[in-house]
Design a protein around this ligand. Structure first.
Ligand code: MN3
Length: 218
């Protein structure tokens, strides 16, 4: 299983990518990946650390605990923790949704669940792509396993809203903020989404799905 930032506590740290910056070429380009990871993601981590720098009680909480109870945080730091903490969590899931030369489609339990819940793998892909292309402004599109229903769902997240583990396991995460694609694709988000499908790490997605499904009662 991959390292996971959800259990990190202050001071939070930026994990290395699980591949080289150029490893996803020609689909996703190295300059975008480098800036996205070392500037954008790193800035969320730095600002999250700054927001909690003076509160030793909150420094003991994990990232998941901070985000789950964000409503109870002091108002002065609440927005900073939600936005930067959410950015940290979601980017980690995004990096771990990608791999060089991955399998073309999910097999096993995840493959079966996608067929069951969307009709076919292609139908899932089309719906996910449409949702990502149409998502308004900055945000994320996730394939999520919903504990309550025992089903997979495509979920849109605005800005850095998060999905938290007890209710929903994130199986696949796509960043649709402009900074994720603008250098290479400019305003052509659908081309970025097409490129994304070439580098989806279905092995890790299947691991996350199986972990979520085994934690569920259904
Ligand atoms: Mn991003």
């Amino acid at each position: 299983m991959t390292a996971d930032v959800s259990r990190q506590t202050w001071p939070f740290s930026l994990p290395d990518l699980p591949y080289a910056y150029e490893a996803l070429e020609p689909h996703l380009d190295a300059p975008t990946l480098l800036i996205h990871h070392r500037e954008h993601h790193a800035t969320y981590v730095r600002k999250l650390n700054e927001a909690l720098a003076k509160d030793s009680d909150l420094q003991r909480l994990t990232l998941t605990q901070l985000l789950r109870d964000a409503g109870k945080l002091p108002e002065a730091i609440r927005a900073a923790v939600k936005n930067n903490g959410g950015g940290h969590l979601n980017h980690d899931l995004f990096w771990n949704s990608l791999a060089p030369a991955p399998a073309r489609a999910p097999r096993g339990a995840l493959g079966e669940a996608l067929e069951r819940d969307f009709g076919s793998f292609d139908a899932f892909r089309t719906r996910f792509s449409d949702t990502a292309a149409k998502h308004f402004a900055s945000g994320w599109v996730a394939l999520s396993f919903q504990q309550a229903s025992g089903k997979l769902a495509i979920v849109e997240l605005a800005n850095h809203e998060v999905l938290l583990g007890a209710e929903a396991t994130t199986v696949l995460m796509l960043d649709v903020w402009e900074h994720a694609y603008y250098l290479k694709f400019q305003n052509r988000r659908p081309q970025f989404i097409d490129a994304f499908w070439n580098v989806v790490d279905w092995r890790k997605a299947a691991e996350r799905f199986e972990q979520g499904a085994s934690a569920s009662d259904v």
